[in-house]
Design a protein around this ligand. Sequence first.
Ligand code: PFF
Length: 450
Amino acid sequence: MSTPRDSFSSKFGVIAAAAGSAIGLGNIWKFPYIAGENGGGVFLLVYLIFIVLVGIPVMMAEFIIGRRAHQNVFGAFRTLSKSRRWRIVGIMGVLAAFFILSFYGTVASWTIEFLTLAVKNSFEGQSAEQIATMFNNFSSSTWKPLIYHLVFMAMTAIIVIGGIEKGIEKYTKILMPLLVVIILYLDINAVSLKGGFEGIKFLFFPDFTKLTPTLFIDALGHSFFTLSLGMGVLLTYASYFKKDTNLTNTSISVATADTIIALLAGVAIFPAVFAFNTEPTAGPGLVFITLPNIFEQMPGGYIFSILFFLLLGVAALTSSISILEVVVAYLAEEHKISRTKATIIASSAIFATGVLCTLSFGPLKNVHIFNWTIFDALDKIASNILLPLGGMFISLFVGWKLNKRIVFGELTNYAGIKIKFFNLFLFITRYLAPISIFIVFLNGIGILKF
Ligand code: PFF
């Protein structure tokens, strides 16, 4: 992405880059833990409905704007509309990117620690309690998490400065399928655990008594987070798409791949949660305290645990570069500073905020913002407020503001493809998506109660 107006070389390259951004800690770390906190199956159901009815159409909307404008998120709204109001979407996107990367780095630091533990074979012979203690001791300490967090941010910044995303793309094509294979192997071992089937029931059978108002906003927020929607990441990637990229099929492929990986992660984690008597509501540490228990018991567990945490780190990196890019593109293009300088400023400021997130599991755990720890507060503000509102504006922009001929043209590649769903798409972007986002949002912040 460092060479502006480049385009992706192959169809698979397009999907790989967008999927590289979408597939990350959100699928493997965040999905299981918020599904666990929200009752499992019923959360999954609401989340899947949001992915189909809101996520995919909003992704198509981002693609339409990005490819049409051939610009970053600010430039795109500036080019496509004279009104300054739409630039608010860009401002919200930058703020969301800033917040998300701050806490993303904290979780990435846990991944690095667990990679080193895996290499040292530290899970062997440990009970479930001992593994949970390892996680808690590490995450609540001060220096080591901060150092790993710094290492992760530095790697993200170096990639963004060096512009070697192309190289990363090449590795991603091999490494992400490998991650899927490892998770599948974990799945097989997890479901054959004694008592593991309870976990499958928990994830796939909805218990409607667990429906709460916060479930809706958590599910909506997570569908945006996991698909990298609402802050212009995919809009920016689409500005590099070629004329013959099929926007609808690309959206569906990315959303499908992303959802499958989240489900596969859930199938590995929940059986282990039940088999080893962990609480599904254990919170952000859930993946880290459950998976080592399976590695510890399965054939080849040593090698697989190393590969797993390594690839989880790579998946985090291909997402974090896309997040940093939003802030860097904004600083570089709107404030006319060099890319390198912009990257250094952005990543340093994000790391400074990230320090507070990392310490909110230890020395700062009693500091609360609206009843949340600093880590949770930044997550909730970005994922449950900024991303859905950004997505709502993007949807409204395509539904109402952008010329219908352009929308139709982008979806059909200016007559290259036939489509039958245009009116449905307009209905969703005009009414269904924005109204449902708004209702869930008002409900989530407590203005509307149901
Ligand atoms: N989608 C990424 C994940 O699931 O880990 C995180 C993310 C990337 C969120 C880019 C938002 C974003 F714009």
